[in-house]
Design a protein around this ligand. Structure first.
Ligand code: C5P
Length: 417
């Protein structure tokens, strides 16, 4: 059972059908040891009653900025300071828009603006609403303002539609907010003294000087891991295929194009590394011979063949080194994800593999979100659907808890004691 010992949680409930799950959420939060103060929006009352929520939280439910009696007991600014964490679940399209616009037009949005505590939202709405560009614009604005988003999940919806927009289940909300990574400001230096080499992004395999074969990898997950590892104290080297991303603070970046470039740069930098994480989507094949000049159209209406040859498997070649770091691979799968990943881990000789099912909307390539399963020889753990930054923290923490004993920090690396 996750622990929230005596944490002050301000739970905002807004008017979506998923509000019917909030009594169960309140019970879970209380069982985990949290104190829960509920603030409802006016429309939330149509879905769940304050009486039920008050009974479960043990505190009167607040819903009005102008309630003199409640304000006399604990004013809204005091309440904003009281909170260790603010969670809005469910968060409707409307509250997301109001928060993204910095509005303070009811008690909940006023508290969200006034609080210094981390703000988490669990969006819930119809899949068409979630996909609407206005909602996605607000989502992006909120993420760049530092708001932490949980989900939404995808699947069958109360309205009969299927798609993204279901509120993340109360158990998953509890797991996410009680994870050690839940408070972004408290980055523990658990990788201090360690060298970490990461590959990220796609590779680009030339057909001729203007054409190439590549894939949809954005590099976001690899860059997020690099940034997080550096924030946790590691010396990070990032060997990156072409991306549009900025180099994370404190990270040494080496740019490459092809799989063979990536292979060579990795091997030039592997000595002295403690951890190698292969996140790059390396092209398995390249054109057997890239043409020196642009290939001209034949105009003969015939089919043409491009002969491909296999690229080196970078991660497997690192795993075959006599002195090898801890090696973690990534696997993007579209079917039988975990089974294929288990086989891949063994075949390539990896210590662990992170698998995600990219057939699910919003997961993997180009998305800001991911969910994954970390698999190693003796176990596996699910990293729930969340932003790629939060997932990176959980992943590195999990790796250190499973393999930390194997990673010996060289004497003196931590500086004079
Ligand atoms: O075989 P598959 O491409 O699914 O394996 C994924 C893992 O292997 C990733 O960690 C990826 O970075 C790595 N890989 C590699 N070199 C290749 C192909 C994949 O390092 N040629």
């Amino acid at each position: 059972m996750p622990e929230l010992d005596s944490k002050h949680i301000l739970l905002g409930i807004t008017g979506g059908i998923a509000a019917y799950k909030t009594p169960a959420l309140v019970r879970l939060l209380r069982q985990a040891g949290a104190e829960v103060q509920i603030v409802m929006s006016a429309s939330a009352r149509h879905f769940v009653t304050p009486t039920v929520l008050q009974a479960l939280s043990g505190l009167p439910v607040r819903d009005d900025l102008w309630d003199g009696g409640a304000e006399a007991a604990m004013g809204h600014i005091e309440l904003a300071r009281w909170a260790d964490l603010v969670l809005v679940a469910p968060a409707t399209a409307d509250v997301m828009a109001r928060l993204a616009g910095g509005r303070a037009d009811d008690l909940l949005t006023t508290l969200c603006l006034a609080t210094p505590a981390p703000l988490w939202l669990a969006p819930a709405m119809n899949q068409g609403m979630w996909r609407h560009p206005a909602v996605q614009r607000n989502r992006q604005r909120l993420v760049s303002d530092g708001v932490l988003l949980l989900g939404p999940d995808e699947g069958e919806q109360a309205c009969g539609d299927t798609g993204p927009g279901r509120m993340v289940e109360p158990e998953a909300i509890l797991a996410a907010i009680s994870a050690p990574s839940a408070t972004p400001t408290e980055t523990e230096q658990i990788l201090l003294g360690l060298n970490v080499l990461i590959t990220a992004g796609p590779t680009v395999e030339a057909i001729d000087p203007v054409r190439y074969i590549s894939n949809h990898s954005s590099g976001k997950q690899g860059y997020a891991i690099a940034e997080c590892a550096a924030a946790m104290g590691a010396e990070v080297t990032l060997v990156s295929g072409p991306t549009r991303l900025d180099t994370p603070v404190g990270v040494t970046r080496i740019d490459v194009q092809s799989a063979r470039d990536m292979h060579d740069r990795v091997h030039e930098n592997i000595a002295g590394q403690d951890i190698f994480i292969g996140v790059a989507a390396v092209a398995d094949y390249r054109p057997a011979a890239a043409a020196d000049q642009k290939i001209k159209k034949q105009g003969d209406a015939a089919d043409h063949t491009l002969i491909l040859t296999e690229n080196p498997d970078i991660i497997a070649s690192v795993a075959a080194l006599p002195e090898r770091p801890l090696i973690v691979g990534f696997a993007a799968e579209t079917e039988l994800a975990e089974e294929h990943a288990r086989q891949k881990r063994q075949c390539k000789g990896l210590d662990a593999i992170v698998v995600n099912d990219v057939s699910k909307a919003q997961i993997g390539f180009n998305s800001d979100y991911n969910s994954a399963t970390l698999i190693w020889e003796q176990g596996e753990v699910t990293l729930p659907f969340q932003g790629k930054e939060a997932l990176s923290r959980q992943l590195l923490e999990q790796l250190m808890s499973v393999f930390g004993m194997r990673l010996t920090v060289p004497p003196g690396a931590l500086g004079p004691t």
